[in-house]
Ligand binder design. Sequence first.
Ligand code: WTA
Length: 670
Amino acid sequence: MAAPGTTGDEGGRQPGPTENIDSILTEERRFEPPASFSAGAHVKSLAEYQALRDAAERDPVAFWAGLARDELHWHRPFTSAFDDSRAPYYAWFGDGLLNVSFNCLDRHLAKNADKTAILFEGEPGDTRRISYAELHRRVCRFANALKMRGIGLGDRVIIYMPMVPEAVVAMLACARIGAIHSVVFGGFSSGSLRNRIEDASARTVITADGGHRGGKVIELKAACDTALSEGCKSVETVFVLRRAGNHVRMQHGRDLWWDEAESNLADECEPVWVDGEHPLFLLYTSGSTGKPKGIQHASAGYLVVVAATMKWVFDIRDSDIFWCTADIGWVTGHSYVAYGPLACGATVLMYEGAPTVPDAGRFWSICARHHVTIFYTAPTAIRALMKLGESFPARYDLSSLRLLGTVGEPINPEAWMWFHRVIGHERCPIVDTWWQTETGAIMIAPLPGAITTKPGSCTRPLPGIDADIVDANGHSIADFAQGGELVIRKPWPSMLRAVWGDDRRYRDTYWGKFDGRCYIAGDTAHRDHDGYFWILGRSDDVLKVSGHRLGTMEIESALVAHPRVAEAAVVGKPDETKGESIFAFVVPRGARPTGDAAGTLSAELRAWVAQQIGPIAKPDHIRYADSLPKTRSGKIMRRLLRDIARGEAITQDTSTLENEEIVRQLQGEP
Ligand code: WTA
């Protein structure tokens, strides 16, 4: 049965247009914005969207400058909106003065002091409501605690915490005093934590005794102790929040309990006014080669676009209860749990734990009990919950929902339709939002009151975002049937400013390919006749596992660090739920294990990778061979390995291989 708002026919799928992607389908279903939604929306029609886009195209700098004046409180207005004299090291609003925590807190106090800023639910079921006034007090107190330990302008602070409100307090406290935070996902191991502390030369770590996740206590302080015992000489202070009540060791002089550190400190803390370009945070993310990069964002430009996208894409209103399920350790948690909602004075819901505790109804139970109106999650979560059946969502009243969103990877039309029908009751528009750690904020997504959606497409670029799809020479691809590289042709305010400590890597990775003419996203995409974008996947060796970005190189390095591993190559294998699963080909030191010995070694290697990087990076499949297939120039033949991992017929010429027998070993033959 066609859903209301559907036009076009119900399927009409044909095999896809691009040769490098297996299963792109031509999707003909269309969903127009419900009239009732459009009527109350910030952007009400295609014409209004087009007018915004036209204005931005006529004069991009004036367009963004206008938004920066409207959306933010400036202590001293900027006179220079944009500086491209050092391209591609662009600057926005560089001579204005502002404070991000002031913009997220103080300016709401006159009208909204008692409004709930954060509505929290812990995995064990505890709940808290924190008003804007209280959040302001808590941020000021903790900022004072940081200052007491000598932290100030430009110092790096690592935040390694569970999904509790104090994680946001810590971020805003850093912003208040001009310190630069770098949040490390609580699921990362001590090794990953150590690398990030060392790369950022952080002076302080903010952590918790533990957090609740999947019915277990994740021992964050213990992991932190391990990291610090192996290096991290720059760290002088560790703040420890009491959360899970698990036993921890406190090192005298270095470790402080959060509550004790801030007792007796003032509830007020003067914001430090910083210039628009002052770094707000670093966030480490995987690239195709080498170690994770510290993606550096600037204060003003970042905040302008996250605030604007809250209105354009999420159509945020004063009465909304906004829930983004992302962890604070990923960019989505930064932009749409912390900074975006708070910059808009919205109420944001934070949930600490796993979606399946105590059962697969947890998300829907939270939506129903807290009257969530906007729900933003990842395709992998939708697919996982979809598999567990419709009876869970059916138990809960989801009528408060008015808008749904997805992020992190392409959403397959089936999952989109399930989300639309079972969660949105065919009433809520879905915004499929394409963006990246590097872009800071959403770049391509439907404006829900203005743009007709198609399942699986992130639709059209936002106003001011000059996205394009290009061929190997950087020329725009006019042919709708052909895929290419996704690029952004003009700088935008929330773009990354640097890779921490590595200017060259910034320039080469993001601007190197087409003579600095455009930003290279590292994704492939194609466009349909309506100008809609369809993201096909990564063009580099980055995997998207359960929506998390992992470099194959990082996993390979971890494997090779094991004494039994001589060489390793990791590729992604499509996975129904996780998007991609991790497939590792390993050349062991000594004899190639078979049978039980192979099983034992595989278990050991999986545990090893979990310990080195974190459980999300554990290979799902491991296969052993006496060597890896390489080209004559010594490059691993990754395409061949991908075909093997997928169990597909091998199309490459393997005659150049020194030992063709290897292919059979890699295919799993004894
Ligand atoms: C992928 C997450 C298809 C893409 C915000 C991108 C998507 C990478 C979408 C960035 C989407 C994100 N449709 N693919 N709606 N959103 N991606 O840095 O490959 O963790 O390059 O940022 O996720 O991942 P990151």
